[in-house]
Design a protein around this ligand. Structure first.
Ligand SMILES: Cc1cc2nc3c(=O)[nH]c(=O)nc-3n(C[C@H](O)[C@H](O)[C@H](O)COP(=O)(O)OP(=O)(O)OC[C@H]3O[C@@H](n4cnc5c(N)ncnc54)[C@H](O)[C@@H]3O)c2cc1C
Length: 315
């Protein structure tokens, strides 16, 4: 028979949301288990400089910050397990999760903190230059490019919002879009077109991110005109890929309500999902802010909500 592990609270995900939930749940005496998934520490483990997480005057490194959060969670009693969940049964408590290790996990309260991954273009140079000029988050990295020209790639709401945000730092923002119209809401488009420091390169697709020398930083983009097929080089030191995010909710399709973009839905101002005893925190339930500090705050809310639920339901 396969191994079965039971806990009062299970936290699915070990990014800022999951680990903050773990700290609060452990300190409430709930002995939580954190299922870390394929990316222990979450998205911040793939970045370098983090300058906007409160508590640190100087820039800290993303992987270091997440190591500290995990150490804090373990120190107060959370148990980390390196398993990825491949199936969930949420129709009635105890909720049952199946790991790809074959272990099944049972819990009275479940906190889902599986995050959302940025979509990337998947072209040459993009992965190698990520963090060296290529980014998927203007709020996170725009400050590092202050005073310098930057570009944003995309044509939807995310791209327009990122371009507008970057005007806080950059004197010259180029939006690069592969079509001749934007998909973004009209109100956002109006603000974009009216902005004196933003201009748009229409009908251009990025074929390659170009770095300067081996291991060097981004120096430009190779573009292809999507109508005429001509190639050109656009020099830039900062490129923001803004083609949307994919919340990690495949597991929950048909098991709980998702919104039109497949994010988990929570009751506003809480972490409560439609299923009593199941809570959601962080980027998986947040398509607006998607920051480490907001994810951590939502993790705290989820642990407090779970603690109240367990008190009320089981004493
Ligand atoms: C390159 C980059 C740079 C960034 N820089 C900053 C910054 O400077 N400042 C800032 O505030 N934000 C930054 N962000 C955004 C920030 O990382 C996210 O907002 C934050 O990590 C979201 O936290 P989360 O806990 O909701 O999810 P995530 O960090 O995405 O963590 C999700 C967790 O869920 C786990 N998981 C997923 N599916 C499963 C499963 N089936 N079973 C078990 N576990 C699972 C994963 O393994 C992971 O541990 C950056 C993001 C990126 C990609």
């Amino acid at each position: 028979m396969s191994e079965q592990i039971t806990a009062r609270v299970i936290i699915l995900g070990s990014g800022p949301a999951g680990l903050s939930a773990a700290i609060y749940a452990a300190r409430a005496g709930l002995n939580p288990i954190v299922l870390q998934g394929m990316q222990p520490g979450g998205q911040l483990t793939i970045t370098t400089d983090v300058e906007n997480y409160p508590g640190f005057r100087d820039v800290v490194q993303g992987p270091w910050l997440m190591e500290q959060m995990q150490a804090q969670a373990e120190h107060v009693g959370a148990r980390m397990m390196w398993d990825t969940i491949v199936d969930v049964e949420l129709s009635a408590p105890p909720f049952c999760l199946t790991g790809d290790s074959g272990v099944t996990y049972l819990c009275d309260a479940l906190i889902i903190a599986t995050g959302a991954q940025a979509r990337w273009l998947g072209v040459d140079g993009e992965a190698a230059l990520s963090g060296k000029g290529v980014s998927a988050c203007a709020t996170c990295d725009g400050f590092f490019y202050r005073g310098r020209p930057v570009c944003v790639i995309g044509g939807g709401n995310t791209a327009v919002e990122e371009a507008l945000y970057l005007t806080n730092h950059s004197p010259d923002v180029t939006l690069i879009h592969r079509r001749d119209t934007l998909r973004a809401e009209k109100m956002l488009q109006d603000r974009l077109f009216a902005h004196p420091r933003i201009h748009v390169l229409w009908n251009k697709a990025v074929a390659r991110f170009v770095g300067e020398g081996p291991g060097g930083a981004l120096s430009g983009l190779d573009l292809i005109d999507t109508i005429r097929g001509q190639s050109s080089r656009h020099p830039t030191q900062g490129a923001f890929v803004a083609i949307g995010h994919k919340p990690a909710t495949d597991l929950f399709v048909g098991k709980m309500p998702l919104d039109e973009d497949r994010y988990l839905q929570v009751r506003p101002g809480t972490s409560l999902t439609a299923i009593p005893g199941v809570f959601a925190a962080g980027d998986v339930a947040d398509k607006v802010y998607r920051q480490a500090v907001t994810a951590a705050g939502m993790g705290c809310m989820a642990a407090l909500d779970a603690e109240r639920f367990l008190q009320a339901s089981y004493g």
